[in-house]
Design a protein around this ligand. Structure first.
Ligand code: CA
Length: 225
């Protein structure tokens, strides 16, 4: 799960980044409206944390842009300016939630989880395909009811695919979702092939009736066997 933090105050941005990385998210950040506009145009995020007062403009401008493209549903507004007007406008523009500063990091995490659950699983924290079940609240995976042990990246890859069954995913999109935005600058994808190989083997050994099929030119797809 990848999160974009849009926040100009360095210390808050760092605290949030560090905390959310510990919660197993891939975290990217932007410190200005301009940077946030670029990032949201170029990359996909599971949740966007949006500060309102930015040095080069108002965060609601970004929200308006996302709203026009139907992409404002996973935004949590984070604002020190706890005014009713901003809150109402933000929610009308499709923002999913509004959190006033200062806030507890645990509260932030709870709100993020709720946004992601609504977006990906219609409110349920577990999602299944075939006999494979991924529970995003406990980061656990079962195959035919028996738990299997995955490392963190293997889990992240499987969680990404189980939300997109029968959907072809290009390896760049997969790499950006699991490793981060800088993946568009890597020379090769050996790290991805290695994790994918291990994950596929573990799923197969556990008796999964679904598999992540590779097509080296087009990408990967989670399909029934
Ligand atoms: Ca600010």
């Amino acid at each position: 799960m990848k999160i974009l933090i849009i926040e100009d105050e360095p210390s808050l941005r760092e605290i949030m980044t560090e905390y959310l990385r510990k919660q197993r998210y891939v975290v990217e950040s932007a410190d200005s409206l301009k940077d946030a506009m670029f990032k949201t145009a170029d990359y996909e995020y599971d949740c966007i944390l949006l500060d309102i007062m930015l040095p080069d403009g108002n965060g609601l401008e970004l929200l308006r842009k996302l709203y026009r493209t139907g992409k404002s549903g996973n935004v949590i507004i984070i604002s020190a300016k706890d005014t009713v007007d901003d809150k109402v406008e933000g929610l009308e523009l499709g923002a999913d939630d509004y959190l006033a500063k200062p806030f507890h990091l645990a509260e932030l995490n709870a709100r993020i989880r709720s946004v992601i659950r609504r977006k990906d699983h219609d409110g349920d924290s577990a999602v299944s395909f075939g006999n494979v079940r991924v529970d995003t609240s406990s980061y656990s995976v079962t195959v035919a009811g028996s738990p299997i042990e995955l490392n963190r990246k293997e889990y992240d890859i499987l969680a990404f695919f189980i939300n997109r069954p029968n959907h072809l995913v290009d390896k760049m999109n997969l790499a950006e979702a699991v490793w981060g935005d800088h993946m568009d600058q890597v020379d090769n994808f050996d790290f991805l092939y290695a994790q994918m190989k291990n994950l596929r083997k573990k799923m197969n050994d556990a008796g999964a009736d679904v598999e992540i099929k590779a097509n080296y030119r087009l990408g990967y797809k989670l399909v029934a066997k």
